[in-house]
Design a binder for this molecule. Structure first.
Ligand code: C2E
Ligand code: CA
Ligand code: CA
Ligand code: CA
Length: 278
């Protein structure tokens, strides 16, 4: 091969340069995307286990790239965080989700909520609570229709500051959910000081339920913990009937996952909602 005569350092340099270039391209593409409506939210129903009805939705960002097609958040959220673009993205997502859920609530007359993911970088932003307040004001959505999902690992970095921020947000009437719960090795003694309303059981514990894996016991413990602390509990990543049955056995109130419905563009999510109302 042509590269055979070249030093390993040169080849390594090329690889680094290629990576750096690709990041720069993605970064500038992402700026364009934010300016030109290429981002959209997919909505995944969160189901009431008791009767299968839709209680709300999780909003998941998608990037409709003109050349690369639909790109999932795994490919750009980290970069958005590193470049600070996540602040703009996060505010856009919050407002977009608020407008959508307001519309669905009005048209169905149902007390639906939307759950929006928030990254650590956003929580470290001193203006976060003000940004949430601004979205409430601009959209006129009922605060309780909005939930913010945060991962417990984020809270470990600067606990006191994060907890204060969460209190400020919750004072607005917006609800909070601890995402991927159980994966963060958090100090359980902190849990009572986090002003949260909901625990979301990470999908790894749901999967364990029917794999004969003892980690399924974690799902049981989380539902018991939620009941003891008077918190709501949602299980994520439910893919199989047996997993749903296991969760029902635990009296887990809410669940989401491919078994019930995939994340969908708004028009499709709306059809699900209207069919159910009929
Ligand atoms: P997450 O918050 O844990 O979201 C759940 C992920 O699991 C989503 O992936 C969803 O599509 C996927 N999922 C749902 N049901 C199932 C299932 O039954 N089985 C399996 N295997 N997966 C399922 P997605 O949409 O690719 O999002 C990945 C991550 O990107 C999210 O993880 C979240 O951390 C982040 N993210 C998504 N949207 C946003 C956003 O607007 N802002 C921020 N900061 N992060 C976001
Ligand atoms: Ca989430
Ligand atoms: Ca999650
Ligand atoms: Ca997860």
């Amino acid at each position: 091969a042509k590269a055979a005569g070249r030093s390993r350092i040169e080849v390594f340099d090329d690889a680094l340069r290629e990576r750096a270039l690709s990041r720069l391209r993605t970064e500038s593409d992402l700026r364009v995307a934010l300016d030109s409506d290429q981002l959209f939210l997919a909505y995944q129903p969160i189901i009431r286990m008791q009767d299968g009805s839709i209680a709300g939705f999780e909003a998941l960002v998608r990037w409709s790239h003109p050349e690369r097609g639909t790109i999932l958040p795994g490919e750009f959220i980290a970069l958005a965080e590193e470049t600070g673009l996540i602040l703009r993205l996060g505010r856009w997502a919050l407002k977009e989700a608020a407008l959508q859920i307001k519309d669905w609530r009005q048209r169905t007359g149902r007390d639906l909520f939307v759950s929006v993911n928030v990254s650590g970088r956003q929580l470290m932003d001193d203006d976060m609570a003000a940004a949430v307040a601004q979205v409430l004001e601009e959209t006129g959505v009922e605060p309780r229709a909005l939930k913010l999902e945060i991962t417990e690992s984020l809270l470990l970095d600067d606990t006191a500051r994060c907890v204060q921020m969460l209190h400020d947000i919750r004072k607005l009437g917006v609800r909070l959910c601890l995402d991927d719960f159980g994966t963060g090795f958090s100090n359980l003694s902190y849990l009572h000081s986090y002003p949260v309303d909901t625990l979301k059981i990470d999908r790894s514990f749901v999967r364990a339920a029917t794999d004969g894996d003892r980690r399924a016991e974690i799902a049981r413990i989380i539902t018991m913990l939620a009941a003891a602390l008077d918190l709501e509990v949602v299980a994520e990543g439910v893919e199989r009937d047996a997993e749903a049955a296991f969760l029902r056995g635990l009296h887990c109130e809410y669940a989401q996952g491919y078994f019930f419905a995939r994340p969908m563009p708004p028009e499709e999510a709306e059809r699900h909602l209207l069919v159910q109302a009929a």
